[in-house]
Write a protein that binds this ligand. Structure first.
Ligand SMILES: CCCCC/C=C/C(=O)SCCNC(=O)CCNC(=O)[C@H](O)C(C)(C)COP(=O)(O)OP(=O)(O)OC[C@H]1O[C@@H](n2cnc3c(N)ncnc32)[C@H](O)[C@@H]1OP(=O)(O)O
Ligand SMILES: NC(=O)C1=CN([C@@H]2O[C@H](COP(=O)(O)OP(=O)(O)OC[C@H]3O[C@@H](n4cnc5c(N)ncnc54)[C@H](OP(=O)(O)O)[C@@H]3O)[C@@H](O)[C@H]2O)C=CC1
Length: 288
């Protein structure tokens, strides 16, 4: 199984599983966000995607429309509160409701902890925690609490206990994991589910652009299943969690990482049989 083979949208879910729903995906023009927007649209959801650059958003919208879906794009920097308000205004103007929020936008740089300046720390937490909270609060207050329903997703990191070079980013993601849990205690009464999804290393353009092939190889070696993840490994999970089949899941973190979080530091990663990592020799090609 290779990471350059995308999975088809929707996976095993019914093609009308999200019909009538509206989903807002931050950072929906690229990588995991794009795959998530496509999966939700392929299941029948109308989708709103935002990000700072208009070009990737327009490309993703074209793909969604090619699937027969509806998509609204908005160029916005979610670190600015006024942009958050505008995104929600636009989504409600276009579709009248928001049922699913995927807080996907995020990013960081890799640096030894002692070299992260206060400004660098703040920049990462501002996006991963503060902007995520601003968006979540705005969507909950204006779209979900009044309707007494909704599903909010947060993206964290696996391994979950810390990643060398990512002290700022891993601690920020720990905050959103805790936020998902805490909000479930407060917002279940409104019918709102809050779930954190913790991907391991996923082969996206963002990963290629910001990390070296050596980083990538090192991460790949630390995965018990022997490969990096695909964006669709994450988006398929979110699509399931957003569906009626996921409706009893809230307040928790679901890890999608090829076993990386289960790996005990200090032990060699278990050998993966060759047939599990190559595309054509899988024992069951229909169920890779
Ligand atoms: C094993 C699992 C691994 C998990 C792997 C995860 C992979 C991914 O997440 S892939 C997605 C990748 N995409 C990105 O990471 C996006 C790229 N990153 C960024 O855009 C920035 O890092 C950002 C998120 C911090 C953007 O912030 P912004 O406010 O635009 O940045 P500024 O240039 O204004 O700088 C603010 C502040 O941060 C310091 N800084 C920025 N880059 C670095 C760096 N490479 N090294 C050290 N410090 C950096 C910068 O110096 C500023 O600090 P002060 O000067 O002290 O104010
Ligand atoms: N790839 C991986 O291995 C992993 C990724 N993650 C996380 O998953 C998420 C998606 O990552 P991935 O798809 O790999 O990376 P990308 O870099 O492709 O995705 C990040 C997206 O967020 C958008 N974005 C960034 N900053 C802002 C902002 N201030 N306002 C609005 N949108 C913004 C970007 O668009 P634009 O630049 O145009 O604003 C981009 O579309 C991120 O939070 C990432 O940290 C978590 C675990 C592992």
């Amino acid at each position: 199984m290779r990471t350059d083979q995308p999975l088809p949208p929707v996976g095993g879910l019914r093609p009308d599983v999200h019909t009538g729903k509206v989903a807002l995906v931050t950072g929906g023009g690229t990588g995991i966000g794009r795959a998530t927007a496509l999966d939700l649209a392929a299941g029948g959801a109308s989708v709103v995607i935002c990000g700072r650059r208009p070009e990737p958003l327009a490309e993703a919208a074209k793909e969604i429309e090619a699937l027969g879906g509806s998509c609204v794009t908005l160029s916005a920097d979610i670190r600015e509160e006024s942009h958050v308000t505008t995104v929600v205004d636009r989504a409600l103007d276009a579709f009248g409701r928001i049922d699913v929020l995927v807080n996907n936008a995020g990013g960081q740089f890799s640096a030894p902890a002692e070299e992260i300046s206060p400004g660098g720390w703040r920049a990462v937490h501002r996006l991963a925690v503060e902007a995520t909270w601003a968006m979540t609060r705005e969507v909950a207050r204006r779209a979900m609490i009044p309707r007494r329903s909704g599903a909010v997703f947060f993206i964290a990191f696996s391994p979950r206990r810390g990643i060398p070079g990512f002290a700022h980013a891993a601690s920020a993601r720990a905050a959103v994991e805790n936020l998902a849990a805490g909000l479930s205690l407060e917002w279940s009464r409104y019918g709102i589910r809050t779930v954190c999804v913790a991907p391991g290393t996923i082969a996206t353009g963002g990963l290629d652009d910001h990390y070296t092939p050596e980083d990538r190889e090192r991460w790949e070696r630390s995965v018990p299943l022997g490969r990096l993840g695909r964006p669709e490994d994450v988006s398929g999970l979110i699509s399931f969690l957003a569906s009626p089949q996921g409706s009893y899941i809230t307040g928790t973190t679901v890890v999608v990482d090829g076993g990386a979080d289960a790996w005990g530091a200090g032990h060699p990663v278990p050998d993966v049989p060759h047939h599990l990592t190559t595309p054509d020799s899988s024992p069951n090609k229909d169920n890779p």
